[in-house]
Design a protein around this ligand. Structure first.
Ligand code: APR
Length: 253
């Protein structure tokens, strides 16, 4: 049996014995769908700008047009993307457990498009917009998408912004609470496609491990999570997750 098969069988065995599973996903899970990771998204056209300029309240204050155009570009990329076999395998896996919580740092909706429900979004959504001042929800028009800058809020006239968590901002408290509770109560935590460098999301595997859960990390390269994981499955999530789902089926048979 090749090494990967052995690791998959061990991971499947842990899942077989688990009654509560949590999965934490990051940008790597959407990479195979053509959604660039945050760092990749700063390539080409946008490489001369740094993250603080494009994704912080201060950056938005300084140059709302620049930030708006960057988000409209990312939105367009996202709308051309479709879920990959990793998203689909997770949605299928989730249906085979009584308790399965999916927590994502991604601002796309590819988990939902693949059929996952009640996804906990820690960093908001690129598909939602709100006023930066009064938080009034805003539905984008075609003209606003192609605009040079953000539209004005219909309720208060201030600027509309993407409903994502920017650097220096707090996470939505309900999402963070739900994710921490799920981590506390889990027997197994799957971690897929995240560098494990951005807190507080990166804290979740630590919470789960302290609570006695087995951590299984899936990544194309070792990450900050891998050393803390009981099992590291190296590879693309779009390939490893479907293999893991099949291994679990065999282990249950
Ligand atoms: N399969 C599995 N892992 C992958 C794949 C793939 N096909 N492609 C890339 N990866 C891994 C990379 O090796 C890296 O460890 O995905 C990880 C992506 O790391 P980041 O770009 O740091 O993404 P993430 O961990 O989601 O970042 C967290 O930081 O950029 C901010 O707010 C943004 O939500 C994001 C947060």
């Amino acid at each position: 049996m090749e090494e990967m098969e052995r690791l998959l069988a061990r991971a499947a065995q842990s899942l077989c014995e688990a009654s509560a599973v949590v999965c934490l996903t990051g940008a790597g899970v959407s990479a195979e769908s053509g959604v660039p990771t945050f760092r990749d998204a700063q390539s080409g056209l946008w490489s001369r700008f740094d993250a603080a300029e494009l994704a912080s309240p201060q950056g938005f204050e300084r140059d709302p047009g620049l930030v708006w155009r960057w988000y409209m570009w990312r939105l367009k990329l996202l709308e051309a993307a479709a879920p990959n076999p990793g998203h689909i395998a997770l949605a299928e896996l989730s249906r085979t457990f009584l308790k399965f919580d999916l927590v994502t740092q991604n601002v796309d909706d590819l988990h939902e498009q693949a059929g996952s429900v009640d996804v906990i979004h820690l960093h908001g959504s690129l598909l939602r917009f709100r006023c930066r001042l009064c938080a009034h929800r805003h539905r984008l028009t075609e003209a606003e998408r192609g605009g040079e800058g953000p539209p004005a809020c219909a309720a208060c006239g201030d600027l509309v912004r993407p409903d994502v968590v920017w650097f220096g901002e707090g996470l939505p408290l309900d999402a963070l609470k739900a994710a921490s509770e799920a981590a506390h109560g889990s027997d197994v935590m799957l971690v897929a496609g995240t560098s494990g460098l951005v807190y507080p999301a990166a804290q979740l595997p630590l919470i789960a491990r302290q609570a006695g859960a087995t951590i299984i990390d899936i990544n194309v390269e070792r990450s900050a999570i891998s050393d803390r994981a009981a099992l590291f499955l190296r590879g693309k999530s779009g390939e490893v997750l479907p293999r893991l789902a099949r291994a679990l089926q065999s282990a249950r048979a």
